[in-house]
Design a protein around this ligand. Structure first.
Ligand SMILES: [Zn+2]
Ligand SMILES: [Zn+2]
Length: 489
């Protein structure tokens, strides 16, 4: 009772669209259905213990072969799911003899055999028994199980009629099928909603990518009202919000809100999905960091602030989807476990497997397809709009690869590190060990990359230049060297 209330409250207070609330797992209805299932099994003389015993029991065929006495399985179709509960009974002797069976199990089997016998005799009057699904017991004759049984003993000497009397009987479970039909149709509806969400969020991601691209471009016309008021050196900071966006996205990637690896775009199958609780905490952390660093105030363009708001909105939407999926998953697991308590049929493990197999693992409720795909798109279409420093660092000094020297093996290092390697007579590229270091000269300066770095990492390039000059000065003039601009005369 407690979970039903909790679930209802969580759905109602979760800021979900009305359509979602309607599609949430119909927990109370399923619970009522569970009572019907209990009654249905009881009518047949089956309780959880008896069922457990029947499923575990092995029958011995007339040839001495072991076969399971009872089977329960799902038949997942395109629009519905059916459950099959089948037992083996020996129609002539009444019951398949198994000394370990309790009186309750024996009574059940006896009853099923009796019903089967009467349904066969009534079928002899009417024409087609196999099509008649409304009878309590329908017979699937000559099916795989029985065939296996016959084939397993090729030296069968007993008359054919003796073998035929041993039959697989399907027990019709009405409430049981109703229960799984309800879950199945609800899952289909949730999946439909999930797919519509995915399409809609993906559109938003693409639009946001364009928004960010527009405000984080390295070359941006200065706003006219600022054109004359600043000295040459100060102009750059009005050019665009590129560096602020870089900081925002660095924080975003550090937050790992939906996945525990930074590179969910590259490792689609390896990123560990997070729980919504953790995602909420990380999303808070991200917002808090942006606030602490005053990044919103650092934005020069109002359009940047609007784009940031949209970015946040998108992440919140993704979070809502995640939480809603989790809630329904939890409800589904709960109700399946309750079902197992009544019937001992073990569906809490077998039903999700049957479903995911049918849906080829794409059911959003079962895998975190939505979050994974959207997260990858955010990385690819939004975050990647702003080049990241770590993609352009020198592998030796780990600073920006400025000025970038591309050795003939194609590996890039900063000019300072290449000069040092040459001076120390280190002939081999630190990455591939190719003997390419000594031959490098001014022609190896990658001018396209230089232009790119100047454009996208202006500040970092400037700082690297300064530290290079300082380092060189110290090398030439000793530890006491001070750059001329700082020297006070
Ligand atoms: Zn370097
Ligand atoms: Zn190399």
């Amino acid at each position: 009772m407690k979970f039903a209330r909790e679930f209802k409250a969580a759905i109602q207070s979760g800021d979900y669209p009305e359509e979602w609330c309607q599609a949430a797992i119909p927990y109370p209805t399923l619970k009522k259905c569970l009572n019907k299932i209990r009654a249905e099994f009881q009518d047949m003389g089956l309780d959880a213990d008896t069922l457990r015993q029947l499923l575990a029991a092995q029958a011995v065929s007339s040839h001495g072969d072991q076969i399971p006495l009872a089977k329960y399985k799902f038949d997942v179709g395109k629009s519905d799911v059916r459950t099959h509960f089948t037992i083996f009974v020996d129609l002539e002797d009444g019951v398949v003899v198994d000394a370990s069976l309790s009186p309750a199990s024996r009574a059940f089997l006896q009853k099923q055999a009796d019903m089967r016998r009467s349904s066969v005799s009534s079928a002899e009057a009417s024409a087609d028994v196999s099509a008649d699904v409304s009878t309590d017991v329908s017979v699937i004759g000559d099916d795989d199980d029985v065939m296996d049984l016959d084939e397993s003993d090729t030296n069968a000497t007993e008359p054919r009629e003796r073998q035929k009397s041993f039959q697989r009987v399907e027990v019709t479970l009405t409430a049981d099928s109703e229960f799984f039909g309800l879950i199945y149709r609800d899952m289909a509806e949730l999946e439909r909603i999930g797919q519509a969400e995915q399409a809609s969020i993906t559109d938003d991601v693409v639009a946001l990518g364009k928004e960010v691209e527009a405000v984080a471009r390295p070359e941006l016309k200065r706003p006219f009202w600022k054109s004359n008021k600043h000295k040459e050196g100060e102009l750059s900071k009005f050019d665009s919000d590129l560096s602020t966006w870089r900081e925002v996205f660095e924080l975003y990637l550090d937050a790992q809100i939906f996945f525990s690896t930074r590179e969910c775009d590259r490792n689609r199958n390896h990123g560990g999905a997070r729980s919504s609780v953790l995602a909420a905490r990380q999303l808070d952390w991200f917002q808090d960091q942006v606030r602490r660093r005053n990044l919103l105030q650092t934005f020069h363009l109002p359009a940047s602030r609007a784009a940031y708001k949209n970015f946040l909105q998108l992440n919140k939407r993704l979070y809502l989807n995640m939480r809603f999926r989790e809630l329904n998953q939890k409800a589904q697991i709960k109700i399946l476990k309750k079902f197992d308590k009544v019937t001992a049929l073990g569906v809490s493990t077998t039903f999700p497997v049957a479903l995911s197999r049918h849906h080829d693992g794409t059911t959003d409720l079962l895998v975190d397809g939505l979050a994974r795909d959207v997260c990858a798109r955010i990385a690819q279409d939004v975050v990647a709009v702003v080049p990241r420093l770590e993609d352009y660092t020198c592998p030796v000094c780990l600073g920006l690869a400025w000025l970038p020297v591309r050795l003939s093996c194609k590996h890039v290092f900063c000019v300072r590190c290449v000069i040092k390697m040459q001076r120390d007579n280190n002939k081999h590229c630190p990455l591939c060990r190719g003997e390419v270091v000594m031959e490098a000269d001014l022609d190896n300066l990658d001018q396209d990359l230089e232009r790119f770095l100047k454009l996208y990492f202006r500040q970092e390039a400037k700082e690297k230049q300064k530290s290079n000059e300082l380092e060189r000065g110290v090398e030439l003039f000793g530890e006491d060297y001070k750059p001329t601009s700082c020297a006070v005369m």
